[in-house]
Design a protein around this ligand. Structure first.
Ligand SMILES: NC(=O)c1ccc[n+]([C@@H]2O[C@H](COP(=O)([O-])OP(=O)(O)OC[C@H]3O[C@@H](n4cnc5c(N)ncnc54)[C@H](OP(=O)(O)O)[C@@H]3O)[C@@H](O)[C@H]2O)c1
Length: 263
């Protein structure tokens, strides 16, 4: 699916792998000016090489100063942003028998704080892009796990639930400023991140399907971009069950091997 709007100035984080890399290629191919952020400069440069409309802006989203510098570089070259697409993220699973606060902090640092730093850097640039015709857009990648608590996902799920709440709240406050906010809730997508998973991933989709769904949702300025719908509707439904039923369902998804030996 082509991205249908006029060329836009876009900041995409997490552009070197998985969903972000596929989004980057599609957006660049469709002629948008895309500032590409991730930690690995070499991978960003290789991605950008075939495209004149790519801007390489390496940054570690857990490093506040690095993200601010990225924002300043984008402002100097683009002069504003029509879309900030905050996708950088990581996943680590907790073993509650060996409670590991460092692991939780690592995941929160990338997924939550990294998103917050990027929002801080992006907002002034989105404000610069308001021209009375087009509303700038802010979007961030949460996860379907934000809808329903899953075993071992204490860190990842909490980081994504926090992003979803944060953006839903921010959306209320930015509406009056003419900035639209979309929250992206993917189910399982085949990427290097999910290739590491050692459990069944029902209805996992290929990355091109994810890119189509995200671009379609952004085009419609959907508040909640979730896919694949055959999966995410089930998860949403599970998420509104009474707590006791939600707990029973969650317990069925908990592997005995992960809880054996807990006191
Ligand atoms: N795949 C799924 O099934 C799925 C489902 C729900 C939600 N999501 C979310 O979708 C997003 C993309 O996931 P993916 O599956 O495409 O993962 P991925 O293949 O592991 O890609 C993650 C991207 O984030 C970047 N990144 C990680 N830590 C970073 C940091 N500290 N600073 C800057 N960039 C950083 C990585 O680049 P560098 O290593 O070069 O920094 C990479 O480009 C994530 O937010 C993930 O939580 C994925």
């Amino acid at each position: 699916m082509a991205t249908p709007t006029a060329p836009r100035r876009i900041w995409l984080t997490g552009a070197t792998s998985g969903i972000g890399e596929a989004l980057a290629k599609r957006l660049l191919h469709d002629g948008h000016r895309v500032a590409l952020t991730a930690r690995r400069r070499d991978a960003l440069e290789a991605l950008a090489a075939p495209f004149e409309n790519a801007l390489v802006v390496p940054a570690d989203v857990t490093d506040h100063a690095s993200v601010r510098a990225a924002g300043a570089q984008i402002e100097a070259i683009f002069g504003g942003l029509d879309l900030a697409l905050l996708n950088a993220g990581t996943c680590e699973y907790l073993d509650a028998r060996h409670f590991d606060v460092d692991l939780i902090e690592r995941v929160l640092a990338t997924n939550l704080h990294g998103t917050l730093y990027a929002v801080e850097a992006a907002l002034p640039l989105l404000r610069l892009a308001r021209d009375g015709h087009r509303r700038p857009q802010l979007a961030a990648v949460s996860s379907a796990s934000a809808y329903f608590p899953l075993p071992r996902a204490e860190a990842y799920g909490a980081s994504k639930a926090a992003i979803s709440y944060f953006l839903a709240s921010l959306r209320l406050d930015l509406a009056a400023e003419g900035i639209d906010v979309s929250i992206i809730h993917p189910g399982f997508v085949r990427t290097p991140l999910t290739e590491r998973n050692d459990f069944p991933m029902p209805m996992r989709v290929e990355v091109d399907e994810a890119v189509d769904a995200i671009l379609r949702g952004l085009e419609k300025r959907a508040l909640d971009i979730h896919f694949p719908r055959r999966f995410t509707w089930l998860v949403k439904l599970a998420g509104i069950l009474p707590p006791v039923l939600r707990h029973r369902l969650g317990r069925r998804l908990t592997r005995n091997a992960d809880t054996e030996g807990s006191s």
